[in-house]
Write a protein that binds this ligand. Structure first.
Ligand code: ATP
Ligand code: MG
Length: 393
């Protein structure tokens, strides 16, 4: 028997005709993450990752953060299909295990095998009972589950596995641009979108000197956490100061936030189009603040012509916080640095803004020029790596 890491696909296995497309990208994603020697081999049922014994733990840690995987198992594979050999291997598999109750679970993709899966389970169960003392079978709640999978060319043996993250392999569904603030909601929105197979990059609006470098560092840290699920992402940092100051100076107070957000959406859209990002993603949640009433969302959304995905739109704040804690962004998001929205919030923002008024007010500022300038000066940070580069746009 040879030790191997076995990957189960979960939801991916429901993809019929294009499963190979998803599996090819899953393999490429894993290849790019494992910097040590490894060999990956797969079919429509399982993926196998072979690494040196000493690299198994770190490989498992990488796989636990890779979307598209339902379960990760350290098991064994043997090319010998002979039944006596299966019995012998099973006894070796459980040699070190202490248990009182067990169950054998057989899966047989090799339809020509002379025994069906029920028969294999029963026979192997009987063989284990003969070879070990003081144990019994419990089919409902066994302490040990012994898995045997009879394939055309080999038999797999394994006990328990680790749960994977599920979802689709990153990149299978194209690219999206996440509006990433230093708050709690947008990193969670990013995580949930990555989970659906969308490769993301992020855009952050800063307003120095009204916002500090610490606020930017905080966003970089959040982007770094997201990059552990979504490698090689860009963080586009837009200097929003001139636009915000122009808004503050010229626009009626209660429309500040609405117009500021329309400007953010316009800039995000332009960056998205240049970078071939098909959607915008943000952390808006219905009713959370004045800019997130349905009327506000519709007036703000009006400036873009690509889909805006709001993964946490229907979540309670507490539900969002639960996910933020699970993915380790909560402790970063709650660091006390203001971002540009919080700095400029008026006391009584309009709850039901009117589109006509927005259009009228926006005529008071040369926003096209300001937007083009902000995009020209965009800083692009390669997240996860330290180098920075300017000329991507
Ligand atoms: P909180 O978790 O405190 O609600 P938030 O980031 O969600 O923080 P909101 O004012 O609710 O803050 O903003 C709604 C959404 O708009 C954010 O989730 C984010 O997607 C986007 N956004 C807000 N401010 C910025 C910013 N400075 N840069 C990029 N995106 C931003
Ligand atoms: Mg929010």
């Amino acid at each position: 028997m040879k030790k191997t890491i076995i990957i189960k696909y979960g939801e991916l296995s429901t993809k019929k005709d294009n499963i190979n497309y998803f599996l090819k990208i899953l393999k490429e994603n894993i290849d790019s993450l494992l910097t040590w020697t490894h060999f990956i081999n797969y079919d429509r049922g399982r993926m196998f990752v072979d690494v040196d014994e000493t690299d198994i733990d770190k490989t498992i840690n990488v796989l636990k953060k890779t979307f598209g995987i339902h379960e990760i198992i350290v098991g064994y594979i043997d090319n010998e299909l002979n039944f006596d050999k299966i019995c012998e291997n099973t006894i070796n598999l459980i040699a070190e295990e202490s248990f009182e109750t067990f169950k054998v679970i057989c899966k047989r993709s090799n339809k020509n095998y002379p025994l069906n899966s029920m028969e294999v389970s029963a026979k192997i169960g009987g063989y284990i009972l003969k070879n070990r003392d003081n144990i019994k079978v419990d089919v409902n709640n066994p302490q040990l589950k012994v898995h045997i999978e009879i394939r055309n060319d080999a038999v797999l043996y394994y006990l328990n596995g680790f749960p994977g993250l599920g979802g689709y392999p990153v990149g299978t569904l194209g690219k999206g641009l996440l509006m990433l603030s230093g708050g709690i909601d947008s990193p969670v929105a990013g995580y949930l979108t990555i989970k659906r197979g969308v490769k993301i990059s992020a855009i952050y609006f800063e307003s120095p000197p009204h916002t500090s470098d610490f606020a930017k560092e905080k966003v970089k840290k959040l982007a770094n956490v997201l990059a552990s699920y979504n490698p090689n992402m860009n963080l586009y940092v837009i200097n929003f100061t001139k636009i915000q100051e122009a808004i503050l100076k010229n626009i009626p107070y209660e429309y500040l936030i609405t117009i500021m957000r329309r400007m953010m959406y316009r800039i995000s859209l332009k960056i998205a189009k240049k970078g071939n990002f098909k959607i915008l993603i943000n952390g808006e949640s219905i009713g959370q603040v004045a800019s997130q009433t349905l009327t506000s969302m519709s007036v703000i959304n009006n400036v873009v012509d690509i889909p805006v995905i709001r993964p946490v739109a229907c979540f309670d704040k507490l539900e969002i916080i639960d996910i933020a804690k699970k993915i380790d962004t909560y402790s970063i998001s709650t660091l006390p640095y203001e971002d540009c929205c919080t700095v400029f919030v008026p006391e009584h923002p309009v709850i039901n803004p009117e589109l006509e008024k927005c259009i009228l007010y926006e005529k008071l500022i040369p926003y096209e020029d300001l937007i083009n300038e902000a995009i020209k000066n965009c800083e692009v940070i390669k997240v996860g790596k330290e180098e920075k580069f300017q000329d991507i746009l």
